[in-house]
Design a protein around this ligand. Structure first.
Ligand code: DGJ
Length: 726
């Protein structure tokens, strides 16, 4: 059970795995003491001595703050490092001096107003209230520690209790000051079709980190970073991961400080951000999660997976089987009519799929991507009988119907834009910059929120869709809102996110049985913020089996398999032109929520038969694949082979996947050490008809039956392991 121990001036948050401790120094400054594996005893003297301090006579004089590990440091009063908070006072100064007023162990973890956050059950919660006497600014620091995973979540709420307006220029969610700098930093970066590659480098003096100022967490990086010790690998060593529950502009920065400590900061990016706080107003930061592992990077990932699955992802879909879907995009692009879609859906149904999704191109007069976003009326040239008729024809095949929308966007060539030119993000007098020929609706506006809600709700009602792919295909430019005065223009990007979350919240509440899948040109908004509303996200537009090994490997650092939309597509692959065997494409797509991205009518009879077997396998194994304990075994970034496995919580079953990218002749067949099994049990591998001990598979390894000469590129293995009853 998670608990909060309070002794003297120390608060110690602790569960089975981890401890997190802080203390109040004389005068009310809040120092950070410890974050790491669970401690039974905590004597702060040594931790404070590290900062050349004594608990009893601390004073902010002589820049003592510059050496002190703090919980929520600010700028301008002696701490020369980057702070978590910058606020402009009525006198124009930016210094803030927060002192503890109150500490409360709460009965319940409070929800975050307007923002996604981990839910309150199964945790212990602490609130510290600090105040800056000079301005009347109050900062509430909220912490929670969960019973069932090595995780702490944190956020801050700022309240202006002074008489005059304040302007917040920076309000990060978290600061974590660590007493040494002997760490390596891991972040995720990439681009369209190559999302979330892990990069690892030593901490060196100065700043390192990642950020987005694109208006979305982005394809290019992810609101995640981890610190690991040198030598920490998938199984062994210390790892600390941070993830921000937010989908907009963010920053994650690590500073190797001059005195030999490390400071981690994470929150909304302060680039192009200001927030005006009138007297009495409050500002809520997003929540950040800290996961601590002593079992390597793999342990950290499993910590995140449990935290998100048990406390963040939509409950309606947790542990629930997902439909095997077929999406029309790469099958038809914009070129379809009702009969064509129905015949693709029929082929999907014949293969055993349970959901057919009509992608882009069904509304306005959209024959390509230059037009019609915002005009969510059915294009009767293509679908003369309307959405309901199409949905009914698909449902008559015995499968569900799903639909694509890009609700946050407007095409300049649309009735919506002609009627409401001021509804998009824009700066009056400046030329609008389009991307993919589209503009971004200003979701911070109540009238736009209403429009987006109505458009999606009407489409869902009319079509009877059981699934919605919510796409978003451009980043922000011309960031300005016609609904805000000049002094609030810096609020535009965050107000957009609040509006997006509000609309998504209304829709997912009003249509609880519709499966929402997020998408942003692939995985361009794959973050813990969106995953509060949508249980799965299209991982990448790149479905090439080898590229997907990398993308999915990186994604699982911070997110569980159930959240990754993973499809088998046709060859040559539409993104890489690479030809890989069907088996490999299937084995890799078994890494997440499964589906197809191809025209099944164009497959050979043999391939269509294979589809039936695949769908049956996908359905039979999905509880373990999606919700089991996940182990990365071989990294595509370190060699030619990728392997991973998912193990049932009771370790009675497991699914193992292996892919060798390039064939290597005249070598011994690969030998892979498995993880997470019960060493005392024996497991049968059905596909091989062989039985091994769990200890044997983990210590000696499994030798794969690869005929290395002539194996061909992208050789794969997909095995089910079952404990043998003895
Ligand atoms: C980008 C998505 O990632 C694709 O899957 C597809 O839905 C297109 N948009 C449609 O325009």
């Amino acid at each position: 059970m998670a608990e909060i121990l309070h002794e003297g001036n120390i608060w110690h948050l602790r569960n089975r795995w981890i401890s997190y401790a802080l203390c109040e120094l004389p005068g009310g400054v809040v120092a950070h003491l410890y974050a790491g594996p669970r401690l039974n005893n905590l004597n702060p003297v040594g931790l404070l001595r590290r900062a050349n301090l004594k608990a009893e006579d601390f004073s902010v004089q002589e820049c003592a703050l510059d050496r002190l590990a703090q919980e929520y440091p600010s700028f301008g009063l002696g701490d020369m490092r980057e702070g978590a908070l910058t606020v402009v006072a009525p006198d124009g100064s930016r210094a803030v001096d927060l002192r503890l007023e109150k500490a409360e162990v709460l009965d319940e973890k409070p929800a975050l107003s307007g923002l996604p956050a981990t839910r309150g059950e199964g945790c212990a919660a602490l609130r510290l209230t600090l105040e800056d006497a000079h301005t009347g600014l109050v900062a509430e620091l909220n912490y929670a520690i969960y019973d069932d995973c090595p995780a702490i979540v944190r956020s801050a709420r700022l309240v202006n209790k002074g008489d005059a307006p304040l302007t917040v220029e920076r309000a990060y969610s978290l600061c974590l000051d660590l007493p040494d700098d002997d760490w390596e930093l891991i972040t995720l970066s990439g681009s369209w079709a190559r999302e979330r590659t892990p990069y690892r480098r030593p901490l060196t003096p100065g700043f390192q980190g990642v950020s987005s100022q694109r208006g979305a967490s982005s394809l290019q990086t992810s609101p995640f970073m981890a610190l690991v010790r040198r030598g920490t690998d998938e199984q062994r060593g210390e790892a600390m991961g941070l993830s921000l529950i937010y989908s907009g502009n963010f920053i994650a920065r690590a500073e190797d400080t001059p005195t030999g400590g490390a400071r981690l900061l994470m929150g909304i990016n302060d680039r192009d951000f200001t927030w005006r706080l009138e007297s009495g107003d409050a500002f809520q930061t997003p929540e950040a999660a800290l996961v601590i592992s002593n079992e390597g990077i793999g342990g950290m990932s499993r910590g995140f997976h449990r935290l998100w699955e048990n406390h963040l992802l939509p409950r309606r879909w947790m542990g629930v089987d997902r439909p095997v879907l077929l999406n029309s995009w790469e099958a038809a692009y914009f070129d379809f009519d009702e009969d064509k879609l129905v015949s693709i859906a029929k082929a999907a149904a014949d293969a055993g799929a349970s959901l057919f999704v009509m992608d882009d191109g069904w509304f306005g007069h959209r024959d390509d991507d230059t037009t019609s976003l915002g005009d969510w009326q059915t294009d009767t040239r293509k679908l003369p009988h309307g959405l309901k008729a199409l949905g009914d024809r698909v449902r008559a095949l015995g499968i569900q119907f799903g639909i694509w929308m890009e609700p946050e966007m407007v095409s300049p060539d649309s009735d919506l834009f002609r009627a409401h030119p001021d509804w998009c993000l824009h700066i009056p007098g400046r030329e609008a910059i389009t991307a993919r020929h589209q503009l971004t609706l200003d979701l911070g506006r109540a009238d736009v929120q209403e429009f987006v809600y109505e458009s999606v709700a009407n489409t869902l009602k009319e079509s009877g869709a059981a699934y919605l792919k919510w796409d978003m295909n451009r980043n922000f430019s011309n960031i300005g809102s016609a609904a805000l005065p000049a002094e609030r223009q810096g609020e535009t990007a965050h107000r957009y996110m609040l509006g997006l979350y509000a609309v998504t919240d209304w829709l997912t509440r009003d249509f609880p049985d519709v499966l929402f899948e997020g998408c942003a040109s692939g995985g361009g908004r794959f973050d813990a913020g969106m995953l509060y509303y949508v249980p799965q996200f299209w991982c990448s537009d790149d479905t090439d089996a080898l590229q997907r090994c990398e993308i999915q490997y990186g994604t699982t650092l911070a997110f569980p398999p159930s959240t990754m939309g993973c499809h088998v597509s046709a060859v040559p692959n539409h993104q890489t032109a690479r030809v890989t065997p069907m088996d490999a494409r299937f084995a890799v797509a078994m890494g997440g929520s499964f589906g197809y991205e191809l025209d099944p009518r164009k497959l050979s009879d043999e391939e269509r038969e294979a589809l039936r077997t695949q769908v049956a396998f996908a359905e039979k194994t999905q509880q373990i694949r999606l919700y089991g304990d996940f182990y990365r075994l071989l990294s595509p970034f370190e060699g030619n082979d990728t392997a991973w496995m998912s193990v049932a919580p009771d370790r009675s079953e497991a699914i193992f996947t292996f892919v060798r990218a390039w064939a290597i002749p005249n070598t011994m067949p690969p030998m892979v050490k498995l993880r997470g099994l019960d060493p005392a049990r024996r497991y049968e591998i059905a596909e091989l008809g062989e039985v091994y001990g769990g200890d044997e598979l983990m210590n000696a390894g499994l030798c794969l039956p690869m005929e290395v000469n002539g194996a061909g590129d992208a050789w794969s293995a997909l095995y089910t392991l079952k404990a043998v009853n003895e």
